[in-house]
Design a protein around this ligand. Sequence first.
Ligand SMILES: Nc1ncnc2c1ncn2[C@@H]1O[C@H](COP(=O)(O)OP(=O)(O)OP(=O)(O)O)[C@@H](O)[C@H]1O
Length: 679
Amino acid sequence: MAKEVKGVKWKALEFEGSIFNKDLEGLIGIEECTNYDLTSNKTNQKTRKRKLDADSAENSSKKPKKNKLKTTSPANDENNFTLSKHGSTGDINVHETQFKASNDSDTFDSSSLLAWNSFGLPPSILQAIHELGFHKPTTIQDLTLPSAILGRRNILGAAETGSGKTLAFGLPILTGILKTKEKLDSDLNDSQDEGNVNSKPLYALILTPTRELAVQVQNHLTQVAKYTGIQVAVILGGMAAVKQERILSKCPEIVVATPGRLWELIQEGNSHLSNVENIRFLAIDETDRMLEKGHFKELHNLLERLNLDESKCKERQNFVFSATLTLIHELPKHLAIRKKMKASKSKKIVDMTPQQKLQKIIDVLGIDNPKVVDITQKTGTAESLSESRITCAIEEKDYYVYYFLQRHIGRTLIFCNSIGCVKRLTTLLGFLDCRALALHASMQQRQRLKNLERFRDNKNGILIATDVASRGLDIPCVDHVLHYQTPRTSESYIHRSGRTARASREGLTVLLVEPAELKNYLKLCRNLGRSEDLPSFPVHSDYLKAVKQRVNLARELDKVDLAVRKNQSESGWLQKAAEEMDILIDDNIAQKFDMADMQKHKKLAQIKRKQLSRLLSKPIFPKGFSGKFPVTTDVKGNAINMMSNATENAIDVLKNATSNVSKAVRKKAKWMFHSKLKK
Ligand SMILES: Nc1ncnc2c1ncn2[C@@H]1O[C@H](COP(=O)(O)OP(=O)(O)OP(=O)(O)O)[C@@H](O)[C@H]1O
C-alpha cells in the first residue's frame, strides 16, 4: 500500500521471488513515487494525510482495473466493508460499516497505524491490527516484515519469548496469499475462464511442535485474517479423522499443523493436501524443537516431499522462527570427556558457534539465502522478567510451592519434569484447596484444551504442566512461573520462563533447586552466560511452620486416599471377575482384600480430611500481617533486609530484597558463584 511522507506519495513495488540476493544485502525493498507531477516538476504538496478508506476509494477509482485490490469475499471489499462483531449478549450482530464515511469506532484513522504503514500490508489486515490494539510493530516484526513482504526473502528469526514472532511470519503469509490470489483472479478474468471457484489451493503450511500451540497460532492468525476471507485451519493429532476431513474439505488457504498428523493425512491421500509441494509459504515455529528427536522424522519426510521439485522449492517463501534458534549448549557429557581426552583424533570435537548452528538449520531445511534476524538477549530471557531461585531439600519443595501460592496470588504456571510429578503435585495441591489444573501429554486432547481455557479464564489460576506447555503458549498475563524441578535443558528454561513477562509485561520465575540438581543448575547458568547466581526468592520463615503442618497433613491424606483407591480397585476387579465367571470368591482370597482394612483406611482418610479442613479454614498469614521484618535470612543463610507484606506482589518482594543486598555481599557472592561455575 502507499504511504505519504511530507506530501510525497510512495508505493512499495512488489517483486516475484526473492530478488534481493547477497550482493544487495541490506536492501529491503524499492518504493515508487506515485504523485510526481511532470508539468510543474513538483510533487503534490497539497495532499493531506488522509484516511485509509479515502485512499482505497481514490485508488480504486483512478487506477486501471488490474491494479485494483481484488478480494475473494465481500468482507474484503474495501469500498463496502462488512464487519461482524459479537454483541454484548453473545449473539452475533452484523454491522455494515462503510470504511469511507462512518465515524463508528470500527473505522480507523490510518495515521493511528503509521508505524505499520511502510510494510505493504493491505487495508483488510491493517483494520484487524487496529482492532487488536497493536499500535506499533514489535522489534522482531519491525526488522523482518519489510524483507519478508516487500523483498519476499526467506526469514530466519530469533527473538525472545513473547516478542510477537507469530505475526512476524503470519503477516507476510496473509499478505502474500492476498497478492497471489489477486494475481490469479486477474489472470482468470483475463482468460475469461471461471474455473472451479470452490476449490481453493493450499497456499501455506505452518508447523508447530505441540497441539496447543497449533490451536493458538490458528486463533491468532484467524483474528488478523478476519477481513481477508482467508481461512486458517488446524490439524492435530488426537482430533477425530472425520472432523479433519470436514475441515480440509473446505479447502482452507492456510493449514496449521503438528507434523505427525499432517504427514499421516498426506500419506492417506487427502485431496486438499495432495499438491502440498505447491505451497507458496512454509513457516516452522519453534524450529529448534522441531529438529529434535521425536518430531524430526515426520518433518524430514515432509521436507523431502516439499523440496522434491527445485523450481517449486524456489518459489516458496520460508519462515523459520524460535526464541532459542541460536542458543548453544555445553557439549553433552560424553562428548566433553572425549574432547578433553583428545581421544577422537579423526573427528575433532568442537563447540558449535551460533552461526554454525544456524547454518546447520539452513542446510537441513534446504533454505536459500535467508535473511537472518537474531535479536535474542545474551541471557535468552525477556528483559521484563525477574528471575530467582529457592535452594531447598527435595522434600521441602512442596512447602515452598504452597507458601508461594498462598502468599503471592496471581496466575501461576508450575513446570515439572515428568507426568508423574504433575499428577502428584496436582493431587496434593487439590487437598490443600488450591484448585490446580494439570496439563501433560497423556491427558485426552479435549481435557488438555479445556484445562488451558480454564487457566486462561482465571486470573488467579494455577496450572501444573510438563514441557508440553513450555513452548509458544501465549496465555495472557501469567504472573509467575515456578520451575518445580530444574529443567533438563537451557532451551526448556527459556521457554518455560517465557510463559510470563510476555509482550513487555513484567513477570517472575522461581527455580526450585535441590542439592542433586545443583550441577544441572550451574550448567544452565553457564549455557545462559550468567556470571551471577540467581537471587534467592525471599521467604518468611516464621510462616513456614504453619505451611509444613498443612502440607504434611495433605501428604498423609494423599497416602491414605491412595490406599483406599487401590483397595477399591482391587476388590472391584475381583468382584467383577467373579461375577463374570459366575463363581463365589473363596474366603481366603476375599480376606486378602480385607474389607475391614478398607473401612479402616476410609475412616482414617475422613479424620485427616477433617483435620486438614480445620487447618485450612484458618489464615496462614494473620489478618493485618504487614510482614515487616527488617532483617531476615535467605534459604542459604545470607542476610537480606526486606520489607514486605502478605498482599505485596511477588516481583516487588524480590526487587526490594535484592536492592537491599549490600554491594560487598553481592561482590562476595559473585566471586563464590564464579568459582562454582568454573568447577
Ligand atoms: N505489535 C504488537 N503489539 C502488541 N502486542 C503484540 C504485537 N504483536 C503480537 N502481540 C502480542 O504479543 C503476545 C506474544 O506474541 P507471540 O505469541 O507471537 O510471541 P512469540 O514471540 O511467538 O513467543 P514464544 O517464543 O513464546 O512463542 C501475543 O499476545 C500477541 O497477541
